[in-house]
Design a protein around this ligand. Structure first.
Ligand code: SF4
Length: 388
């Protein structure tokens, strides 16, 4: 199968028809059809996103019913290995030219300690996070750190390890995968998931926020779009795209593009996670304005309803009340800190001046997950009260 391509003509036509349908009040009829079990096209889902005469609560109920009662959640926590980055994303505290951020990088000893802490606190899933780097010695060293951290996490007994280290080349995937058992898939441990959020599927918005200079390692829009295809070609079976809600005003376009990308990845046989972070405050940037709670709820509900086979990921960027409203329609709740090596045996550091972005829910991981358990959810990737 060829790598993913955005068909902008098809998307633009579909977006235009969705807008016209919503304006013509076709949303309530689509909602009724969905409630009766009819499958909706992605264009219909975009219509429902835009339909001012369709209540958000009804969309959440629809998605919740489709997921079914007694739903299981999954969890993992982020572990930032560094906040160094060579890219220049305007909305991010970690961008290389941000002189206001306090730079930190954890060595292997600290990473091992941090993984040990998370494991003792019951986590069985971890996302290893770095920036994105120019080709050269620094990139090689950072990716080698990631590779060593994947091995450490595996040896400690983590069942799910996510890599969030930018777009990789085929040889870089091989270098990481060759240290792990072959044949990794949904049933093997660890499951390995590649995370690279496109942030926005609109090329002009991408250039405005992510940059356009050739010296910036993240400006190649198409290379990023094809990163999961390279991951799958290299032998990975689990991928995590995402959009940063608030970058592009046209969220119906983002919904259509994200669904197209996710459907391509499912067709390639991958387990797909979909992250829906909202733009948040970060040190040294004025871009703080994510979408409203209401729009986040609608977007998450429609992804969940439209593609129940994908797992929608929500983090503790969101405050507790927003998490609680979303729990019935998401697949993954990720608590933790975006600071570098921030975890203690009972808590975490959350200094904005040394973090990628602001997190609104700073409660301990255990408290966040206890709330979900109290609401009747079971949580894969978490074994409370079972220290290593
Ligand atoms: S969003 Fe990622 S690639 Fe861009 S500056 Fe931040 S850490 Fe670097």
């Amino acid at each position: 199968m060829t790598a993913f391509r955005l068909d902008l003509t098809v998307l633009a036509e579909s977006r235009s028809r969705a807008g016209a349908s919503a304006a013509a009040s076709r949303g309530p009829a689509l909602l009724a059809r969905a409630g009766e079990g009819d499958a909706l096209r992605d264009e219909d889902l975009a219509t429902l996103l835009l339909a001012s005469d369709v209540d958000t609560g009804l969309l959440l109920d629809l998605a919740s019913r489709r997921r079914g009662a007694g739903s299981r959640l999954e969890t993992f926590s982020p572990l930032y290995l560094t906040n160094e980055c060579d890219a220049e994303c305007a909305m991010c505290g970690m961008r290389g030219i941000n002189s206001k951020l306090v730079r930190e990088t954890a060595d292997d000893r600290i990473v091992a300690q941090q993984l040990g802490i998370l494991h003792r606190r019951g986590l069985r899933g971890v996302a290893l996070v770095t920036g994105e780097y120019h080709h050269g010695p620094r990139r090689d060293e950072m990716l080698a750190r990631v590779g060593r951290a994947v091995v450490m996490a595996t040896e400690l007994g983590f069942e799910h390890v996510l890599i969030n280290a930018g777009s990789l080349e085929p040889n870089e995937y091989q270098a990481i995968l060759e240290k792990l058992p072959s044949g990794l898939d949904e049933t093997t441990a660890p499951r390995l998931t590649m995370c690279t959020f496109q942030e926005t599927y609109d090329f002009s918005v991408y250039r405005r926020f992510i940059g356009s200079t050739a010296t910036n390692p993240r400006t190649d829009f198409v290379r990023r779009l094809e990163n999961f295809d390279r991951a799958i070609d290299a032998g990975m079976h689990s991928v995590n795209p995402g959009v940063l809600l608030g970058l592009h005003r046209d969220t119906a376009f983002e919904l259509l593009a994200l669904l197209a990308h996710a459907r391509h990845l499912v067709a390639r046989g991958a387990q797909v996670y979909v992250s829906l972070p909202r733009l948040r405050k970060a040190t040294g940037t004025a871009h703080h304005a994510g979408v409203s709670d209401d729009l986040l709820f609608r977007f998450a509900a429609l992804v969940s309803f439209g593609m129940p086979e994908v797992r929608v990921v929500i983090s503790t960027r969101e405050p507790p009340l927003v998490q609680r409203r979303l729990l019935p329609v998401i697949g993954v709740l990720t608590p933790g800190s975006p600071g570098v090596a921030p975890y203690t045996e009972k808590g975490a550091r959350f200094e904005l001046e040394a973090s990628q972005f602001e997190v609104l829910d700073k409660r301990p991981i255990e408290a966040v997950l206890a709330d979900a358990i109290a609401d009747g959810f079971t949580i894969a990737g978490y074994e409370p009260g079972t220290p290593a």
